[in-house]
Design a protein around this ligand. Structure first.
Ligand SMILES: [Zn+2]
Length: 99
């Protein structure tokens, strides 16, 4: 059985498919018994894919707008609307005074 450290040394080769069969089997054996390394592998792979995506001019992040950001935008928009309404009321007031 290899250690986590040894697994990390094989990681790049494993992912680009250049790791030869005996080591590959040992590598996968370790992954079966070591969830932290599986997690690390996932993160590592995602990072590589993000990098590739950015190079290919694709959007690196599939971007659902975070709920907090959405709220902030809506709030900003609402306060702007309120501002506009205030301006209109003031203008209407001025019209009245003039008239
Ligand atoms: Zn491990």
């Amino acid at each position: 059985m290899i250690t986590c450290r040894e697994l990390l040394e094989f990681l790049a080769e494993y992912l680009d498919g250049s790791l030869p069969e005996p080591e590959r089997a040992v590598f996968e054996e370790h992954l079966r018994v070591c969830p932290p390394c599986v997690e690390y592998l996932k993160t590592y792979r995602a990072t590589i894919q993000l990098g590739k995506g950015a190079c290919a001019g694709e959007r690196a992040f599939p971007s659902p707008i975070p709920e907090e950001l959405k709220k902030a935008i809506l709030k900003a928009r609402d306060s702007q609307l309120i501002q506009l309404r205030d301006d209109e009321i003031r203008r209407a007031d001025d019209e009245c005074k003039k008239g």
